[in-house]
Design a protein around this ligand. Structure first.
Ligand SMILES: *Cc1c(COP(=O)(O)O)cnc(C)c1O
Length: 642
């Protein structure tokens, strides 16, 4: 989410009056803003996308809730020491959080472990350990529309009778200390981006979020007075008309078996009706095709932690494979490929397969990514249910990523085309009529130069690095990952360095290359890439022959608040992932919106950006699926095969 103060003032339309009022009091609003911690409750693009969607939904006046975990420690703070990353805990709640309101009246129980027993009324999950989910509500103000939605974050709370056994044994102190064990569920965010780590505590977190959220949704559905209500039970058939559950990747995919469990074991509908309700309520957004990122939980972990859910998943899979069998009789290999249960090696549950089976809609996050899903990773599922598969190209909120972070450019745009673009971004095309106007060009360039100067001053003040504000700001900020190819950028730096050294008097456009981003603490290669960039920077920055021509800066602790300061100052945006690996990217759009040029591959949303701006306005390199497709077609036509 980043910070809330400035965003709230902007969306409420009170920024300038607050600014003025504080000035009258002898205070500086910008100084106060710097005191707020970032809410860093996600890892990278996926979490920021959710934050942008919350802003957009509130601005559209949609009745939407965001649900998540109130991690006591968010994404770690990154320190660069001797060129290497060191992690520090993100103790963001240390001084309190004025934006949240605890709602103990809506606290809910979540069960773990235990066993399943057969009773006359059906299956029962018994002898469980209970942890409470305490909700904290965070306001999500719409832009200029008097709407405020809710982001509800769950915090783990030990039940009063936790470890009562110890009380009886007289070990009161130990019983109180052990309350921490249950509350560890919401202690810390797992810091992997696009990597699956099969830790039990992580599975607990995922179920904790789903179980609490579904109880909340069902409570609200029951409390609403629409639809028919039988004397003793709720009619859930109408739930899909009122409730849409959008799964942000597979991380909340336990919502599918959990909704089935609540309906079948507790609320009354028979399996077939419950399944119909579940599939019509749930939809799944896929965020990656990297095999190492796909969640595949060991069955052994489910057996212990969520035994009833494992049974339900097995039954979902049994019925699903019957459908596959009906459609492709005897195709055993297809059955194996499409199963939610992987049997080779350690038995695992494939959460993406479960999500597709349990959803009425499945989407990728950029055109190319949605095509890859249909033609490659989930081809079998596409052949079975083509109507489920869609594309929803990612987006960003233009309020935070232009109005808030680049007020001078915003004002310049509004001067020309009015202010409706803040809620209808397509109106920016109206600017085309001034594209060749030298006065407008000069005004835009002046804003960019001022933004660059401000960033240079900030880097000098906060990090003691001096940069040349008239050099080209070439910026590569995102999580560090091999597929994002910060290493390729580093090799380019070395190439530029060698060129300068070989011919020091040759003409050279002065560049300041800035690279920033966090590596997952356990990602060895990513950490080595950070070290390499810093060691290369040491050589380049201290070579008198290179001088002012080339500087390399590692931007420490990249996060939303730093992005807001860096992006408006960028001349060149680096979006150079290996083609076919970045599902969409959203950093690419933030830079484009702030007037940077892009150098990039035909990957993710870069493809659609290039279509919108024209290939002449973007620097594309590398594998071109479009072109190779066209060449392939031409070859087939030439050979008389098409
Ligand atoms: C937008 C954003 C991202 C995502 O960047 P990509 O270039 O799309 O990977 C990651 N981290 C932060 C802090 C962001 O603001």
């Amino acid at each position: 989410m980043g910070r809330s103060l400035q965003n709230t003032m902007i969306n409420l339309g009170i920024q300038s009056s607050v600014d003025e009022a504080l000035y009258q009091l002898g205070l500086d609003i910008e100084e106060l803003e710097e005191l707020e911690e970032d809410a860093g409750l996600g890892n990278g693009g996926l979490g920021r996308l959710a934050a942008c969607f919350l802003d957009s939904m509130a601005t559209l006046g949609m009745a939407a809730y965001g649900y998540g975990i109130r991690y006591e420690y968010g994404i770690f703070a990154q320190k660069i020491i001797n060129g290497e990353q060191q992690e520090e805990p993100d103790d963001w709640l240390r001084f309190g959080n004025p934006w949240e309101k605890a709602r103990p009246e809506y606290m809910l129980p979540v069960n773990f472990y235990g066993r399943v027993v057969d009773t006359a009324e059906g299956k029962k999950w018994v002898d469980t350990q209970v942890v409470f989910a305490l909700p904290y509500d965070n306001p999500i103000p719409g832009y200029n529309n008097n709407v405020v939605n809710t982001l509800r974050l769950w915090s783990a709370k030990s039940p009063m009778d936790f470890n009562l056994k110890f009380f009886n044994d007289g070990d009161y102190i130990q019983a109180v200390l052990d309350r921490n064990l249950a509350e560890n569920i919401s202690r810390v965010l797992y810091p992997n981006d696009n990597v699956f780590e099969g830790k039990e505590l992580r599975l607990k977190q995922e179920y904790f979020l789903c179980a609490a959220t579904l109880q909340d949704i069902i409570r609200r559905y029951k409390a609403a007075k629409f639809g028919t209500r039988e004397p003793t039970r709720t009619n859930f058939d109408l739930m899909p008309n009122k409730v849409a559950i959008q799964l942000n990747d597979t991380h909340p995919s336990l919502a599918i078996p959990e909704l089935m469990r609540v309906l079948v074991d507790i609320e009354g509908p028979i399996w077939e009706n419950a399944w119909d309700v579940t599939v019509r309520c749930c939809a799944y957004t896929n965020h990656t095709v990297l095999p190492e990122a796909l969640e595949r939980w060991p069955v052994s972990m489910f057996e212990r932690l969520l035994p009833r859910h494992l049974e339900i998943i097995y039954h979902i899979n049994f019925l699903h494979l019957q459908d596959v069998q009906k459609r492709w009789p005897g195709d055993m290999d297809r059955m194996r490929r499409m199963s939610c249960v992987e049997e080779d090696g350690e038995k695992r549950i494939n959460m993406a397969h479960l999500s597709i089976v349990g959803s009425h809609a499945v989407n990728g996050v950029a055109a190319i990514h949605s095509e890859i899903i249909k033609k490659d990773v989930f081809k079998d599922f596409y052949e079975m249910n083509p109507e489920k598969f869609q594309n929803k190209t990612n987006g960003i909120t233009p309020r935070r990523w232009l109005v808030l972070c680049n007020p001078s450019l915003s004002d310049l745009i509004t001067e020309k085309i009015g202010d409706e673009w803040t809620v209808h971004l397509d109106q920016l095309t109206k600017l085309k009529q001034w594209a060749k106007d030298p006065n407008f060009q000069r005004a835009v360039q002046k804003v960019k130069q001022e933004n660059k100067l401000r960033l240079a001053q900030l880097l000098e003040k906060d990090y003691g690095v001096k940069i040349n504000p008239s050099s080209m700001f070439d910026i590569h900020v995102k999580r560090i990952h091999e597929y994002k190819r910060q290493l390729l950028n580093c090799l380019h730096i070395i190439t530029l360095y060698n060129r300068i050294k070989k011919n020091p008097s040759a003409k050279f456009t002065a560049r300041t290359i800035m690279i920033g981003g966090k590596a997952a603490p356990g990602y060895y290669v990513a950490k080595k890439i950070i070290k390499l960039i810093n060691m290369v920077a040491n050589v380049v920055n201290n070579d008198p022959i290179v001088g002012e021509k080339l500087k390399v800066i590692y931007l420490e602790n990249y996060r939303v608040t730093l992005a807001e300061k860096i992006i408006p100052a960028a001349d060149l945006s680096e979006q150079i992932s290996t083609a076919g690996t970045e599902a969409s990217g959203t950093g690419n759009m933030k830079f484009m919106l702030n007037g940077a040029l892009t150098i990039g591959t035909l990957d993710g949303a870069n493809v659609e950006m290039a279509e919108e701006m024209g290939d002449e306005n973007i620097f594309i390199f590398g594998n071109d699926r479009r072109r190779s497709g066209r060449l392939e077609k031409e070859r087939l036509q030439r050979d008389g095969l098409l």
